[in-house]
Design a protein around this ligand. Structure first.
Ligand code: ATP
Length: 514
């Protein structure tokens, strides 16, 4: 069987056609970078959420959940640094009127230099065949070296400018590198200016008395300000974790990659509180463990890679991204950060209250250090559907579109199909549907031929199709068709739950994570 991965365009149109994701406010021509999840989308999203949240809070020792408010006291965002520093450098092209992030333009330019080096290497590899020593060639070939040196000089210059918040220098880099607007092709740029990504709104009805609030740009701060509450009420001992799934809002400058970069999105974050000095050990632990969680989904281990940050935010002493091979290349899916005691100390300073923990083992009081794992639920959703959607050519030459989701994530787990719409078959099928509905996400479908119904279920990723035929009335058994192998098996109705349960459970995936 041959399989071709779907293109990004196909993923977007398939998502809409089958009710996974619709453009937000489509009736009014949409709202930039805002999306709605349809009936199948919400099911799939809830299952991804459960795979994360339940694994975090049940399988891991000493991690509890929380659900904090989207609105927080405005001083929280002063303390966290978001009011002053949650900015992106923005630049407009005067001809196309398109807006860009200056840092992204420069990073793309670095990537271009590296691509040129890679092209030279690939050409040489073809020329030299099996004798080719890639490492040596990269070090010694003058052309390759020139491109690599260009990239690293540019990276260094860019890092310096970003660190110093030097907008004029960012503009100068764009000019020196002769970066052109991909739309107009011109280099007619405005100055670079800072743009704060937080959305703000007013609380209170009287204009003078109203205070400015922000829609939270991350869920983590709700965890930090509740750290002591949770530790006390749940009687937790360090090391412990607090996990949360919730909405976050960012006024992203460019948001053109479907649900990869949205203005309203969901995060799944876990802050792990540890003894000072032990944070790097736990950082390594969580890096490894989170990668195992990803691998347990079976999307293909080589679709993931770590990207360790060389340039650290001022509050972090180690940071890495887990990147995923999206249809548009490897991009950040999750961040793992060792955030030291930065956030808690900031909240101590701004609130005037201590956020210290008394460690009964060491008999010491200290502000815990934090290791954070932070993943975008929508990005995870995109990773799942883009790895799953494919066009398969079957042995008889026909093709099928299949959403090869991990079975335990499928939005519809089982569908019940009466072979025909008469002879009492719909009644038997409805009874089975009712019986299975307590344990599984089931659907009933009697429209069209069975072959067409199978195709529709393949396209939405349903793992099992149960067909009720004339023999069912006699032997109380049904035919169960497996999505991936397309094989069929006769199963007694009374044994259906026991047959399906282990095949649809998340637990096996969790057990793979050591
Ligand atoms: P990026 O560099 O892509 O803007 P980030 O480094 O700002 O991401 P974090 O602040 O570390 O992201 O947020 C943690 C996670 O939240 C990210 O790894 C990503 O999965 C998700 N995320 C962040 N911004 C968005 C967004 N605009 N839309 C969807 N998911 C997002």
């Amino acid at each position: 069987m041959n399989a071709n991965d779907a293109t990004f365009k196909e993923i977007i149109s398939h998502s809409k056609e089958y009710g996974f994701i619709y453009p937000g406010s489509e009736l009014y021509d949409g709202l930039g970078a805002v999306y709605d999840y349809g009936p199948l989308g919400v099911e799939l999203k809830n299952r991804i959420k459960a795979h994360w949240y339940e694994w975090m809070t049940r399988v891991n020792d000493n991690i509890v959940g929380i659900d904090t408010a989207i609105f927080m006291h405005p001083t929280v965002w002063k303390a966290s640094g978001h009011v002053d520093a949650f900015n992106d450098p923005l630049i407009d092209n005067k001809d196309s009127k398109k807006r860009y992030r200056a840092d992204v333009l420069i990073e793309d330019q670095i990537e271009k230099h590296l691509e040129k080096a890679n092209k030279e290497v690939t050409k040489a590899a073809k020329r030299f065949g099996s004798d080719f020593d890639e490492a040596l060639y990269r070090e010694t070939n003058p052309r390759v070296k020139k491109y690599i040196d260009k990239a690293s000089a540019l990276r260094q210059r860019f890092a310096g400018a970003a660190e110093a918040n030097n907008m004029a220098e960012l503009k100068q880099i764009i000019e020196d590198e002769k970066i052109a607007c991909p739309v107009s092709g011109s280099r007619n740029w405005t100055d670079v200016r800072q743009f704060n990504l937080m959305f703000s709104t007013q609380m209170g009805s009287v204009a003078e008395g109203a205070s400015e609030l922000y829609l939270r740009p991350e869920t983590a701060q709700g965890i930090f300000v509740n750290m002591l509450n949770v530790a006390k009420s749940s009687r937790l001992k360090v090391p412990f974790g607090i996990a949360q799934v919730g909405k976050a809002f960012r006024n992203e400058i460019i948001a053109r990659q479907f649900i990869f970069r949205m203005r309203e999105f969901e995060q799944m974050e876990m802050q792990f509180f540890v003894r000072p000095g032990e944070e790097l050990k736990w950082y390594e632990y969580w890096k490894e463990r989170r990668m195992q969680w990803h691998n347990s989904l079976g999307l293909g281990d080589d679709n993931y890679r770590f990207h360790d940050h060389d340039k650290l935010a001022h509050y972090a002493n180690a940071a890495a991204d887990i990147e995923y091979r999206f249809p548009f290349g490897f991009k950040e899916l999750e961040g793992i950060h060792s955030r030291t005691d930065f956030d808690l100390v900031q909240h101590e300073t701004f609130s005037g209250r201590k956020l210290q923990y008394f460690d009964p083992e060491t008999q010491e009081k200290y502000t815990p250090y934090v290791v954070e794992t932070s993943i975008g639920l929508d990005r995870m959703f995109l990773a799942v559907i883009s790895s799953a959607l494919r066009e398969e050519t079957l042995e008889d030459g026909s093709t099928r579109t299949v959403m090869a989701l991990p079975y335990f994530l499928a939005p519809v787990q089982v569908v019940i199909l009466p072979l025909i719409k008469k002879d009492g078959l719909p009644e038997i099928a409805s009874d089975i549907r009712q019986q299975l509905a307590y344990d599984f996400a089931v659907q009933y479908d009697e429209k069209d031929s069975v072959g067409r119904r199978y195709r529709r279920q393949d396209a939405i990723g349903t793992p099992f199709c149960i067909t009720v035929d004339h023999q069912t009335a006699e032997d109380d058994a049904v035919t169960v068709r497996d999505r991936n192998s397309m094989t069929q098996q006769r199963v007694p109705i009374g044994q259906l739950t026991a047959y399906l349960q282990p095949k649809l459970s998340m637990v096996d995936a969790w057990k793979q994570i050591k």
